[in-house]
Design a protein. Structure first.
Lengths: 534, 147
């Protein structure tokens, strides 16, 4: 409700105060007039009131101006109290107790009707039309203000409410003045007394309300509110009938307002929930970021390692590569000496030259093996289906044994096919088979057994010899580059063969291990993943 | 007619020992007197193009095969191949790469440029001698090139 309407309504009050038709008035039934004092009959009460009024009119005329201020203050206080109670009533009514309020309204209406009847009785003798007009206007204005007050109070607009209260007080004072003017002849004392009593009762109830409110006794406060409402009804006696109708509208509006406020609150709640979700998500993002950073660091680390590894590969390759030239020269020139000047050397000279030649040759082999090993790291795996049995037979044949000897040494069982790099796996078998032959070469009747075991995800290939074996205590050195478990005089070798085997198997995503006992042979096993090569 | 005109093998090799061993191997096949040794790529191109110290050489005479090392100072083997294959006259001279390198990218690049063979020099002398002898014999006595 805006200020403009408020002003207009006052204007209406003044302009319409004398134009309401007489038929709007309700002439009270004498039997329903409440007894103000139980010991007096209605007629006596009326007579008494008339008498007191007459007396008060006289006194009022004398002290009218002086009393007016006090009365206005009382009215203002009452209006404020009304407004407060009205607000609480409206809140409670709107929020959770429509039925209770309807009851209160009915009660209010009933009380109002009663009081109105009494008023009508008092004013029936003179100026009924004008007063009723004023009453009607007052009721309308009050209803309007009440509605606005309820709205503003709900919005917790304290300033606006204070303004409304002041305005209400002013309007009330104005109307009161007009009413007083009209009833001045006979009603002042009773009215003043009633006002004083009303003020006192209000103060009392207000105090009780405050006490009960402080105790947070909602039920008691509700009762106090109802009681207060009933008492207040005296002040607003002319209001009720029309207020009932207008209350419905006001309640609907209040409901709409409540719904709007609810919607707003829900929206705010949703917003906050979203904000909270955002925060939670932000936190999750931060966590994710941290994880990502850790992962990235890991990647960086891995990349660094990879780079380092590549550098190492490249280093070992170029070392091997550049070492070949001088070694080739030593071997070549030793041979040249032997060819061109062999005749000038005695037996010891030939022996010494032979050592130079054979050691240089061994160095050449070491370099070539190291070169081959270092190349394995870079060489890409070409994965194809491999018929393992034919590959193994091919390698066995390549060992240069007679067919008869070959048959007496080798016992080859079922070998499942796999996928892998044929050339590299051929190297694996070549190294393992030549090792088996080499380390069992001191036996007159060596046996080498080759077989496989199929497991759910891999095939394990085994090769067992009955040669010199090795001490398991040194098993961890078996696959290291240049690591040897036997002296070169006993078994020639560079110590790279098994390192190459392990690297090839690992590059296929497999694993290799060995078991042996000194003097009782060794079993080498390598597992390859089924149907795939890394 | 100069001392260079009957050269049948041009050996391009910066390593003196490798060059000496190569020529020793060729000598065993009785073809060493027809070998010209160039110590790097620049010298090799000067010989083929009859420029520099080889100005007086017969421009219409070419070796039957070039044995070419890859890692050399000044001008390396791959650049020599590029230069020779870019020239209509010299592109038909057979080139066999003889190097310590067996790096895949060297092999691939050499063949891409049009070499006729690629041999990794063996460390062991017997293998080395055999390889050189085989190459020399093949290109000098077995192979034919367009006139």
């Amino acid at each position: 409700m805006v200020k403009t309407d408020h002003i207009v309504s006052h204007k209406n009050v003044r302009e319409s105060s004398s134009s309401v038709a007489q038929s709007d008035l309700t002439v009270p039934d004498a039997t329903t007039v409440p007894v103000i004092r139980p010991d007096l009959t209605p007629e006596e009460t009326l007579a008494e009131l008339l008498r007191v009024n007459a007396e008060l009119e006289r006194r009022l005329n004398e002290g009218f101006e002086r009393d007016e201020i006090a009365r206005d203050e009382a009215i203002e206080e009452l209006a404020r109290t009304n407004a407060e109670l009205e607000r609480r009533l409206a809140e409670r009514t709107v929020e959770r107790d429509d039925i209770a309020r309807d009851e209160a309204v009915t009660e209010l209406a009933r009380t109002n009707a009663e009081l109105k009847q009494r008023l009508a009785q008092r004013t029936i003798e003179r100026d009924e039309i004008a007063r009723d007009e004023a009453i009607t206007e007052l009721a309308r204005t009050n209803a309007e203000l009440k509605q606005r007050l309820a709205q503003r109070t709900e919005e917790r607009d304290d300033v606006a409410r204070d303004e409304a209260l002041t305005e209400l007080a002013r309007t009330n004072a104005e109307l009161k003045q007009r009413l007083a003017e009209r009833t001045v002849e006979r009603d002042d004392v009773a009215r003043d007394e009633a006002l004083t009593e009303l003020a006192r009762t209000n103060a009392e109830l207000k105090q009780r309300l405050a006490e009960r409110t402080a105790e947070r006794d909602d039920v008691a406060r509700d009762e106090a509110l109802t009681e207060l409402a009933r008492t207040n009804a005296e002040l607003k006696q002319r209001l009720a009938e029309r207020t009932v109708e207008r209350d419905d509208i006001a309640r609907d509006e209040a409901r709409a307002e409540l719904a709007r406020t609810n919607a707003e609150l829900q929206q705010q709640l949703a917003k906050r929930t979203i904000e909270r979700d955002d925060i939670a998500r932000e936190k999750a993002n931060v966590e994710l970021l941290r994880t990502n950073m850790a992962e990235e660091q890991l990647h960086l680390h891995a990349a660094e390692l990879e780079k380092l590894n590549a550098e190492l590969e490249s280093f070992s390759y170029s070392v091997s590569h550049d070492l070949r030239s001088p070694v080739r020269a030593i071997i070549g020139y030793t041979e040249a000496v032997k060819d061109d000047y062999g005749a000038l050397l005695d037996e010891e000279g030939h022996r010494l030259l032979g050592v130079v030649h054979s050691e240089a040759s061994r160095m050449g082999d070491l370099i070539d093996d190291l070169l081959a090993f270092s190349q394995l790291g870079r060489q890409s795996i070409v994965s194809v289906p491999i018929e393992m049995i034919s590959l193994v037979e091919e390698v066995v044949t390549d060992q240069g044994l007679s067919t008869k000897r070959q048959a007496s040494i080798f016992d080859i069982g079922e070998l499942p096919d796999v996928r892998g790099d044929r050339a590299l796996l051929r190297q694996v078998w070549t190294n393992l088979i030549s090792n088996a032959l080499k380390y069992s070469s001191k036996k007159s009747d060596p046996r080498i057994r080759i077989w496989a075991i199929t497991e759910p995800t891999r095939v394990v290939y085994n090769i067992q010899d009955d040669g010199v074996g090795f001490d398991m205590a040194y098993a961890d050195k078996l696959f290291g580059v240049f690591q040897r478990l036997h002296r070169n005089e006993d078994f020639a070798g560079t110590g790279v063969g098994l390192a190459i085997v392990q690297r090839i198997v690992q590059r296929h995503g497999g694993a290799i291990w060995a078991e042996a006992k000194l003097g009782e042979g060794a079993t080498f096993s390598f597992a390859l993943p089924t149907g795939a090569a890394a | 007619m100069t001392e260079y005109d009957d050269v049948e093998i041009l050996l391009v090799e910066d390593n003196r020992q490798d060059a000496e061993m190569t020529m020793r191997a060729l000598r065993k096949c009785k073809i060493a007197n027809k070998v010209q040794w160039a110590k790097d790529g620049v010298e090799a191109l000067n010989f083929i193009r009859c420029t520099g110290e080889f100005e007086s050489r017969n421009k219409n005479s070419f070796p039957k095969v070039i044995l070419l090392d890859l890692k050399m100072p000044r001008l390396d083997g791959l650049d020599v191949i590029r230069a020779l294959k870019a020239d209509e006259v010299t592109r038909k001279i057979p080139i066999v790469v003889m190097t310590s390198s067996n790096q895949e990218r060297d092999v691939t690049e050499s063949y891409r440029l049009g070499v006729n063979g690629y041999v990794t020099k063996p460390v062991q002398s017997a293998a080395f001698m055999e390889a050189v002898a085989n190459i020399g014999m093949f290109w000098l006595f077995v192979n034919s090139t367009p006139v």
